[in-house]
Design a binder for this molecule. Structure first.
Ligand code: GUN
Length: 302
């Protein structure tokens, strides 16, 4: 039999995110009283962080939520940053807090994240939230792992019993995502392998994946020979590479060699337009959840 290769299904993050954001906006419009509020702290002027923060604030507005930004200079002190977190913690108009990472070197990231009130930790990076995720208890799930999981489930890709190979061991993505997909029950029950920069013969592992997740932070690291035909490939990487033909002088590429791998995979996320829009969407979802929880505490019914 002659089989005609059809190419990978493109997992369209913009489309998937739009469907979930419409649902979030509908729920927000049904809330009485004040709008759900997100507080964002941005320290310094890292261009990628500025662009992420702008995207998050625009998405908030589009969903009918309020956002408040605190901008601090790159040389902000520990006290400045902890003070900013405290002011959002005590602001009753703020349901969720996000401290944009990475922070400048002089600041202790763990200390700053641990200062966020746990009930406002919509980014899910507080040590208490991460501990709950590890234990499989209810918590706010970090937005990128949550976005990856939602991208899979929303597109009918089940992870239960599948071998998921994650390349990258960051807390922000790799380790959190592994714990999420390992959880018992709906959306979990995967067999998970985590690979990283010290894993020898990476392709031995990546070629065993039913679902391969690249979260390395290096452009086009996953090449065609590292992927078995039929694998689902999720690219979490967002890398700027020089491109003189673009007005802004760069373009965004993922951690996966998209041209080669999309010929082999059964489904693949593009960059941009894949996981990125999902990450922001899950931040909105967590913020709405926090707003609903705060309303319950305040004794309102909706
Ligand atoms: N920087 C890159 N991704 C993220 C994220 O999901 N949360 C935060 N706080 N900072 C980031």
């Amino acid at each position: 039999m002659v089989s005609i290769y059809m190419g990978a299904q493109i997992l369209d993050g913009k489309k998937t995110a739009a469907a979930i954001r419409a649902e979030i906006a509908r729920e927000v419009s049904g809330l009485s009283g004040r709008k759900p509020g997100l507080g964002v702290i941005l320290v310094g002027d890292n261009p990628a962080s500025l662009s992420y923060v702008k995207g998050k604030e625009k998405a908030c507005e589009e969903a009918g939520m309020m956002s408040r930004e605190i901008r601090l200079p790159a040389d902000a002190s520990r006290e400045d940053v902890l003070g900013a977190v405290d002011s959002l913690n005590s602001d009753t108009g703020i349901d969720g807090i996000l401290v944009q990472l990475p922070l400048p070197e002089q600041l202790d990231e763990s200390e700053v994240l641990a200062r966020i009130a746990a009930d406002k930790d919509v980014d899910g990076l507080h040590v208490q939230s991460l501990g709950a995720l590890l234990k499989g208890e209810p918590t706010y799930i970090p937005c990128t792992p949550y976005g990856v999981a939602m991208m899979l489930s929303h597109n009918g890709i089940r992870v239960s019993g599948k071998h998921v190979v994650i390349v990258g061991r960051s807390t922000l993505v790799g380790k959190s995502l592994a714990n999420l997909l390992l959880r018992k029950g709906d959306g979990g029950d995967a067999t998970v392998t985590i690979c990283h920069s010290r894993t020898p013969d990476l392709s031995v592992h990546t070629r065993q994946a039913d679902i391969l997740i690249a979260a390395i932070g290096r452009p086009r690291t996953i090449t065609g020979d590292m992927v078995r035909p039929g694998t689902v490939v999720i690219d979490v990487g967002v890398n700027r590479v020089d491109d003189a033909s673009r007005k802004r002088g760069y373009r965004l590429v993922g951690d996966v060699d998209y041209e080669a791998v999309s010929e082999i995979a059964s489904a693949i996320t593009p960059v941009p337009g894949g996981v990125g829009p999902m990450t922001i969407t899950m931040l909105l979802k967590n913020t709405l959840e926090a707003a609903k929880n705060h309303r319950k505490q305040e004794g309102r019914t909706h």
